[in-house]
Design a protein around this ligand. Sequence first.
Ligand code: AMP
Length: 325
Amino acid sequence: MIKIINKTLLNKIYKEIKKYDDIVIARHIGPDPDAIASEIALRDSIKLTFPKKHVYAVGAGVSKFKTYGNLDHPNYNDLHEPLLIVLDVPNYNRVDGIENLNYKNILKIDHHPKEDIKGIVDWCDEKKSSTCQMVAELILNTKLKLNTKISENLFLGIVSDSERFSLKNTTIETFDTVKKLLEKSKIDFTNLYDILYTRPFSEYKFIAFITNNLIIDENKLGYIKISNQNLKDYNVDTATPSNLINSYNFIDELLVWIFITEDVKNNQYKISIRSRGPIINKIANKYNGGGHKYASGAKLEKMEDVDNLIKDLSEACKDYENNKL
Ligand code: AMP
């Protein structure tokens, strides 16, 4: 049975959007396709529906995501009591590009566990595959308009965050939303996969490097420490490991796996963690990180903390296996 969409909540969001002349849409730092696609799709839909409104999708641009559309760089002093819409992020310190913005109110749409951001309308649902699924449901169930480009972006965000409908966050609602998007806009969806999955050969060699160097312990915890030199050798950046980590989702010998990437520019280690069983976001929280039950991240400065995190995750794997017996 498809869960009935909460139309009252969606209409509340629509009415809130309708009230404001100036709207800023933001998402998390270090964006992934779901974050970028959702902010651009929502901006474009609001502009299409209300051509007189000033709507901006903000945050640092990422060159490999430029096919999704351009980001905006408004002068915040020119805005009059704007609405801030926060997408795909639950905590203030990870929202990108809103320093110096004086907003009137915040509205939030997100599929992470709740943290400190509380919107006047706060649509937070951990069961959704992606923020793009939520934005698609909003558009499909209110008077917000859709065009081909908006549909394409939403499709890409859903496919990416659900890892091609294979992760546990994929539900019958996900398929239903995608079906409706395809019916309404007839996008050429198979060709869109190129945008997500075509990569330079050097990146495939980097995948081989990770595969050959991943250490797997007796509790089915896999980990790899990727140095700045490793990144240079394969001509990839600090964001690449987290873009690749979902590809390790179907390996018998792995329950939890963690990529630790040296980020010399910020003098820290970027941590990406995935799980096929144990809940990992509580452990990431302990190290000032966060995320979903089975997909989390953190930033650490000391290798000692990294090693403790590895130990905690390994223990979680052991407990998980023991509880299965
Ligand atoms: P990633 O491995 O970077 O794709 O991140 C996986 C999930 O963890 C995403 O939902 C992120 O929002 C979350 N996440 C990543 N890094 C952090 C962090 N430093 N603090 C809190 N959450 C994070």
